[in-house]
Design a protein around this ligand. Structure first.
Ligand code: PMP
Length: 350
């Protein structure tokens, strides 16, 4: 018999990363447009001089720093190679084959892929007509086999949020055997005061795990570092299933250094937030349907016109993230990049 991979892999879609075309403006991957501050580059360079040595197994220095900064015990923290890696670790640590993972849809496109790769079953729960996560429907979708429910605030790709009162009601109502995962990849771009601080919630709850990343506001998408705050037994399980040494020496150094210059990085986020308002207002004035976004991106609900919009933007040398039949997610970039995108959007026949 010829060598073959697991038969079920054929049914799992490949993760499609944002396209890169030389010379084009890249607004497809929700990255920040600015390179790291000098202090972060210096820390990476310093760490690079020792890449002949393995990194610290449990990212101990970063862990200790996060423990101080977040005010939670290190036993509740798990550091990973980006929050996508932490998603895998969570599913691996919680689910046996046949167990179920519930998540809103559309949401982060890795949720269904990672769930299936681990061998768990997925259950997608449609967003409301207003592009929000439907907590009542998520609750109703939970069954005896459900182990995890993801909620994503702000939601990628729609940018929509959940408010404290409704999320607390949901957390109170979720059955005891289910862990809720609050994915806060874009938390630093939130300005709506009604949006909960996941850190405050996770300190009080034993049925909640929080995911955060250095990829977005901290500008380290290429370094790969993030962390989870979870109940101690869950964090321990996540550390157990982690790929050894996957958080590289460079990533650990970069993350630590970026925490030192957090004020500067948060000031950059403020510029993105300002541009986000401008971009959305202009798109609304052009007649597009764009829900209010609290992330570093906006969502254009284009339905069947999405593929044509994508091609049109490519013709204008602007890369966006299109989900055919549904909509396009456009990262908020530098002012001149946003201007180029808005010019393309303006020229799209509506
Ligand atoms: N969660 C959400 C909602 C995201 O949008 C992303 C990245 N697009 C991630 C997690 C993963 O980010 P990273 O692995 O770079 O931390």
């Amino acid at each position: 018999m010829p060598i073959s991979v697991r038969a079920d892999l054929a049914g799992i879609p490949d993760y499609v990363p944002g396209r890169k075309i030389p010379g084009a403006i890249v607004l497809s991957s929700n990255e920040v447009a600015t390179p790291p501050p000098d202090a972060v580059l210096a820390a990476i360079t310093e760490a690079a001089a020792e890449v002949n040595r393995y990194p610290l197994w449990s990212s101990d220095d970063l862990l200790a720093r996060l423990e101080r900064q977040l005010g939670v015990d290190a036993e509740r923290i798990s550091v990973g190679a980006g929050s996508v890696s932490l998603c895998v670790q969570l599913i691996q640590a919680m689910c046996e084959p046949g167990d179920e993972v519930v998540f809103p849809w559309r949401s982060f496109e890795a949720y269904p892929i990672l769930t299936q790769v681990v061998g768990a079953r997925e259950r997608r729960v449609p967003l409301t007509a207003g592009h929000r996560q439907d907590l009542d429907a998520l609750l109703a979708a939970i069954g005896a086999d459900t182990r995890l429910v993801f909620v994503c605030v702000p939601n990628n790709p729609t940018g929509t949020v959940l408010h404290t009162a409704e999320l607390e009601r949901f957390l109170d109502a979720v059955p005891d055997h289910v862990l809720v995962v609050l994915d806060e990849a874009y938390r630093e771009f939130v300005r709506d005061p009604e949006v909960p601080d996941g850190l405050a919630l996770v300190r009080e709850r034993e049925n909640l795990a929080l995911l955060r990343t250095f990829s977005k506001a901290y500008g380290l998408a290429g370094a790969r570092a993030g962390y989870a705050v979870a109940p101690p037994q869950v964090a321990a399980g996540m550390r157990k299933v982690a790929i050894p040494f996957s958080v590289s020496r460079l990533a650990q150094a970069a993350a630590l250094a970026s925490l030192d210059v957090a004020d500067e990085l948060m000031a950059r986020c403020e510029v993105v937030v300002g541009e986000r308002g401008r971009v959305r207002a202009e798109l609304l004035a052009m007649g597009y349907e764009v829900p209010e976004s609290q992330g570093n991106f906006v969502w254009l609900a284009l339905g069947e016109r999405t593929a044509a919009f994508n091609e049109h933007c490519l013709d204008h040398k602007v890369l966006v993230r299109a989900f055919a039949g549904d909509g396009a997610r456009v990262t908020v970039g530098l002012a001149e990049e946003n201007d180029a995108f808005l010019a393309a959007a303006r020229a799209f026949p509506r």
